[in-house]
Design a protein around this ligand. Structure first.
Ligand SMILES: [Zn+2]
Length: 88
């Protein structure tokens, strides 16, 4: 019945918060996690989050995004492990 499935495959990342957007900071901003200043024209990562119905984009410095990426991998490993336990 695979022909009944339409559209792209949902993912745990794009299906919930949305995929990160790699951007260049247009004006001086600050990281919403460590509160460090992000200077103009430096690289930032924006992560869309859904808050009370509308989408908000949060800006993170690259250092914080590295931590977010590591945490995502870690959580994905746990999900995979639990799923594998289920299907063995
Ligand atoms: Zn930061």
């Amino acid at each position: 019945m695979t022909n009944k499935i339409r559209g792209k495959v949902p993912s745990l990342i794009s299906g919930t918060n949305g995929t990160p957007i790699f951007d260049v900071c247009g004006r001086k901003s600050h990281c919403c996690r460590c509160k460090d200043d992000i200077v103009q024209n430096s690289n930032i990562v924006k992560i869309p989050t859904k808050e009370s119905g509308f989408t908000n984009k949060k800006s993170y410095c690259l250092k914080c995004f590295t931590a977010i990426l590591e945490q995502t991998k870690h959580e994905l490993e746990i999900i995979e492990k639990n799923f594998n336990d289920l299907t063995v």
